[in-house]
Design a binder for this molecule. Structure first.
Ligand code: 6R9
Length: 656
């Protein structure tokens, strides 16, 4: 964005007050904002006392060398002890920690006492394999309990883990093993996805033939599917051989609050992936607090379910560390929402009586497309809170979620954050905020966010620009692994002294924040910066559209022309498409104004997405501009691009 800040096009007037009962019993009330405003560091120091420290911190924040923050630096703690042992010691050993549901329908329950024994055995096994404090361990696993156990075992012995999403290729895995210089890889023979066993071990074998992975001494392999695996004697060891025979007792050692907890790679748009580094005390404080505040968790009665993959930061913070630090009972599901049928998620909510459900807009839009009648077949009355994360949620999808999953009364919280922020930053509080469909609304207590224009001036209410964070926060990334300069350049150089998130945003007339997509995706049309998110939301608000992805394609007259790819809903896919395209173009013009009218709309069967469900607009831009496709390695399904290319007419449908 260079000439002008983002235009503010979308108007959304619907409001939903918190349910009275939730508000009356909410974990966090409006007072928290006041308290944090009056004394931000005092507020975070108080939140740090949710944790059990072996040495209580006396210093909250050292910001003497910005942007390299140190939180609670003289405190010492063990993260795994906080997530497991202390709940057992408090008398809650029989509470279920994890209800595991495998995709084929197998299930397993782990109480906190069982989790303590499993984590202790795994920690002892890692020690036997020679893993020492500070060594990096790569984790390349399906969504099974051993994955959580492995992560906690690493945390317990102070060995930072680097979880690599199980769908990534051998190349992607090798790059990450190399960058973090991992010493051990924990994997499985395979996992179940979309109705069949999908192998993992072959990708590890292949990755370890690549240069730069020589320091991997052992591969620890969980047997999940029973499929055949190649075996390298001396290097490969079975989990059931090495872990099962260990003592189920292990005394956790305390580490400094700033001891590295994990590295998690984000793809970034160009160049090699960035290893985002998170440390212990500040990270755990913020994920525990936000899980308590945003999800209003009552550990004795709630059943929490975050459907994210553990290879994504959402899985780290809201499957592993946040919920377990809070002693939650949660669901862990291995597979996809449509295996073996499109009601699988709703069946799981019914089976376990899930009360709080956290998922991504892409999944909500897929469920909308499959039809309202599917969730209607299940008893979802246990739900009392719904969350969304990962992308801007279109108002229509938000309302559908509340209506069809939340029975028209369950509050929806749209939570904005990033791998880099570690925990939720901007979100309604369910007992406080009157929610607005499509808006993440307000920075949480203790968090400072605003929107700036090109000249680094705060934009007035009713305008758009760049989202920034203006004060350090406990779960902030500490650096990019091995590359402080890239850390400075990427996040701290655009606006002096402030963290640049890379997202466009606007403030509405109440000062609430609306996320408008990645700044790289913003379109420049006849001198106006227009957000892809707003045009997509306008398209999704038409009854015939299930999903939309919008990109700006180079245009000689208007700089960029708006090009939309849409997935049609149900029967709309069979109707006369030329007429529908005209209708959709007019619909957008009516919703947002003529400037936002797409010049081309192309109905497609699928859209290219990353593993966490984010649409890869970069690839669609390649198509819209008739270019050769860029890097497709982080796509969930690379055949999608071939499908789209096959479906396209030689030149597009627009007329003006
Ligand atoms: C947690 C996670 C971060 C990027 C972020 C933004 C987008 C996430 C959002 C959202 C609008 C929300 N994003 N949550 N946009 N509203 N509620 O997704 O981390 O994978 O690092 O992605 O995702 O663009 O900058 P990560």
């Amino acid at each position: 964005m260079s000439n002008e800040s983002l235009a503010n096009l979308l108007r959304e007037e619907r409001r939903f007050e918190p349910p009275a009962e939730l508000a009356a019993n909410a974990n966090v009330t409006a007072e928290a904002y006041e308290q944090a405003r009056a004394d931000r560091l005092g507020f975070w120091a108080e939140q740090a006392r949710r944790l059990s420290w072996s040495t209580e911190p006396t210093e909250t924040l050292d910001w003497s060398n910005p942007p390299f923050a140190k939180w609670f630096q003289d405190g010492r703690l063990n993260v795994a002890y906080n997530c497991v042992d202390r709940h057992v010691e408090a008398g809650n050993g029989d509470r279920v920690a994890i209800h595991f549901e495998g995709e084929p329908g197998d299930s397993r329950t782990l109480t906190y006492a069982e989790l303590q024994r499993e984590v202790s055995k795994a920690a002892n096994a890692l020690l036997e394999l020679g893993v020492r404090t500070g060594d990096r361990v790569a984790v390349y696993m399906p969504m099974i309990p051993e994955t959580v156990v492995a992560m906690l075992a690493c945390a317990r012995i102070g060995a930072p883990h680097s979880v690599v999403f199980g769908g990534f290729s051998a190349d992607a895995l090798a790059t990450r093993i190399n960058d973090a210089d991992a010493r051990v890889v924990i994997t499985a023979d395979g996992g179940y996805r979309k109705g069949s066993a999908s192998a993992l071990k072959p990708a590890v074998d292949e990755a370890l033939t690549r240069p730069g992975t020589e320091n991997v001494r052992n591969v620890l392999v969980v047997r999940r599917t029973g499929q055949d695996v190649e075996w390298t004697e001396g290097r490969d060891v079975w989990w059931h051989d090495v872990v099962e025979r260990q003592s189920d007792e292990h005394t956790p050692e305390a580490f400094d609050a700033e001891h590295p907890l994990f590295i998690l790679y984000t793809s970034g748009t160009t160049g090699k992936p960035k290893g985002i580094l998170h440390t212990s005390g500040g990270y755990l404080t913020q994920v525990a607090y936000t899980h308590h505040a945003v999800f209003d968790l009552k550990p004795e009665t709630d059943v929490f379910w975050c459907s994210a993959d553990v290879g994504w930061v959402t899985g780290h913070s809201y499957i592993v560390y946040g919920p377990l630090a809070n002693g939650a009972t949660e669901v862990l599901y291995e597979g996809t929402p449509d295996s073996p049928h499109k009601g699988r998620w709703w069946e799981i909510i019914q089976k376990y009586g899930v009360t709080i459900f956290y998922t991504a807009p892409t999944a909500i839009r897929a469920c909308m497309k499959w039809g309202d009648d599917i969730p209607a077949e299940f008893d979802l009355s246990s739900l009392r809170l719904l969350g969304s994360v990962g992308e801007p949620i279109n108002p229509e999808a938000w309302v559908w979620y509340r209506e069809h999953i939340g029975a028209g009364s369950t509050p929806v919280v749209d939570t904005w954050w990033q791998t880099e922020t570690g925990g939720i930053m901007i979100s309604p509080l369910p007992g406080v905020t009157a929610t607005k469909p499509g808006s993440a609304q307000v920075a949480l207590p203790g968090i400072a966010a605003t929107v700036l224009d090109d000249e680094a001036r705060e934009v007035p209410d009713g305008s758009g620009g760049y989202l920034v964070l203006t004060e350090p926060w406990p779960s902030m990334l500490r650096t990019i692994w091995g590359d402080d300069q890239r850390f400075l350049d990427t996040y701290w150089s655009r606006f002096e002294g402030r963290y640049f998130a890379g997202d466009g945003a606007k403030k509405d007339d109440d000062g609430d924040i609306w996320l408008l997509g990645r700044v790289d995706d913003v379109m420049l049309v006849s001198g106006h910066n227009i957000s892809t998110t707003e045009v997509e939301s306008a398209l999704v608000s038409h009854p015939s559209v299930a999903e939309a992805a919008v990109v700006g394609a180079t245009d000689p007259q208007t700089t960029q022309a708006i090009c939309a790819f849409v997935i049609l809903r149900g029967s709309a896919a069979e109707t006369e498409q030329d007429e529908l395209v005209t209708e959709l173009r007019n619909h957008v013009a009516k919703q947002l104004g003529p400037i936002a009218k797409p010049s081309r709309i192309l109905p497609v069967a699928e859209l290219p997405k990353t593993r966490s469900g984010k649409i890869m607009r970069r690839l669609l831009r390649d198509i819209a501009e008739n270019r050769e496709l860029g890097d497709v390695t982080t796509l969930t399904d690379s055949s999608v691009m071939e499908l789209i290319q096959k479906q396209l007419p030689a030149s597009g449908g627009g007329d003006d």
